[in-house]
Write a protein that binds this ligand. Structure first.
Ligand code: SAH
Length: 357
């Protein structure tokens, strides 16, 4: 694979142009062009020679939209192809205030949560900051957005991968996606979701990047959490809560807990009461979601009625909580589901050809 030009910040591009003996303003032209979702070969303001030199060293289009699936509720799901042929997925959800794009930070995932399709085949590789950014740039351009009037207004790092397990690239992405002169999405409109890598949560608090912090909790009890999230063997809930409090102190941002309701695992009345007790008085919000059932995993969701009952217990105790409506369920809305489906198809195709031989 060649290098990725979208990994560069404006000041890094300025250094590169200087090294190449080009005028400094070329860097701003390149940055702006890329942020409009252009390929390197489409940067037409540049001289032919400079463009050719860039094309020689950098990927022309690091992230291509290979397929788009449109749900009946307007949600769009994308399969992105990376320059090395790997595939990641993303979603665009439409709301009254704008559009939220969900991006992936890794191909696959190491965390191996019991309910999640992203970790089915482990981690393949980290995405670079430019590859994460290019997912946003590609969708913004595809939906007719410009830098002045963005089609993508909000970003959530909730696709495949654990963003804090790919820390440096994720931070690089956050700096470039929020940078002046680019697509310039405010940190307040960005949410980073983590399974709770405590030391990295502290590090993020120091970055001066006040993104919304979301933690996948999924249980109020360490022992039960370990059963569905192996990462719980490394970090205790108590330490996650301390890291969240520190994040709040540093950024002033209220934090959010994700809680996917899994039948017979974490969705009883007892869990709701313990969760309410655990989070009482903290500046946080709880996002409940009914499990999106994954074919390869033997876990099932609770009914809508049971989910509302769980929500009711949290609300009664004074917690701020919502039950997220399931969107895009008809197109494989949950993390990694679409990629997993695609991998199955490829495997099926391969076994078909084997049979033919
Ligand atoms: N690795 C990060 C971000 C990715 S997932 C994290 O763990 O937070 C975004 C959210 O979807 C997480 O809360 C994750 O636990 C949840 N999730 C994954 N698979 C799911 C499924 N099948 N049903 C419901 N929620 C799921």
């Amino acid at each position: 694979m060649k290098e990725i030009l979208q990994d560069h910040s404006l000041s890094e591009l300025q250094i590169l142009m200087e090294e190449w003996g080009e005028r400094k303003f070329r860097a701003a032209q390149i940055f702006r062009g890329l942020m409009q979702g252009k390929r390197v070969s489409e940067l037409s303001e540049l001289s032919k020679t400079l463009r050719a030199k860039l094309c020689e060293r950098f990927e022309d289009e690091p992230v291509k939209i290979r397929e788009t699936f449109v749900s009946s509720d307007g949600t769009e799901k994308y399969l992105f192809e990376l320059a090395d042929g790997n595939i990641v997925e993303g979603v665009l959800m439409r709301y009254k205030y704008g559009c939220t794009q969900c991006v992936s930070t890794q191909v696959g995932c190491r965390m191996n949560c019991a309910f999640c399709a992203s970790g089915l085949n482990g981690l393949v590789r980290d995405l670079t900051g430019g590859e994460i950014l290019s997912q946003v740039l590609a969708v913004n351009a595809r939906r007719g957005g410009t830098l002045e009037k963005r089609a993508v207004t909000n970003v959530v790092l909730m696709g495949s991968g654990e963003p804090l397990d790919n820390y440096a690239n994720t931070v690089k992405f956050l700096r470039n996606v929020t940078a002046e002169g680019g697509i310039c999405i405010s940190a307040r409109n960005i949410s980073l979701s983590t399974c709770g890598l405590v030391p990295k949560m502290y590090e993020l608090a120091e970055e001066n990047l006040p993104v919304n912090l979301t933690v996948s909790l999924h249980s109020p009890l360490d022992e039960e959490r370990k059963k569905i999230m192996p990462v719980a063997n490394a970090y205790k809930i108590e330490d996650i809560l301390k890291a969240c409090a520190y994040y709040f102190e540093k950024t002033g941002r209220r934090y959010i807990f994700e809680y996917s309701l899994i039948d017979g695992e974490n969705a009883d009345k007892r869990h709701a009461e313990l969760l309410a007790e655990l989070l009482k008085g903290r500046p946080c919000h709880v996002n409940l979601i009914r499990l999106n059932e994954v074919k390869e995993k033997r876990l099932s969701s609770v009914s809508e009625k049971e989910a509302y009952r769980f929500l009711g217990i949290l609300e009664k105790s004074g917690l701020s909580a919502t039950l997220r409506r399931q969107i895009g369920a008809d197109i494989g809305g949950a993390c990694g589901q679409l990629r997993a489906k695609r991998l199955r198809e490829v495997q099926d195709d391969q076994s078909d050809t084997k049979e033919l031989q």
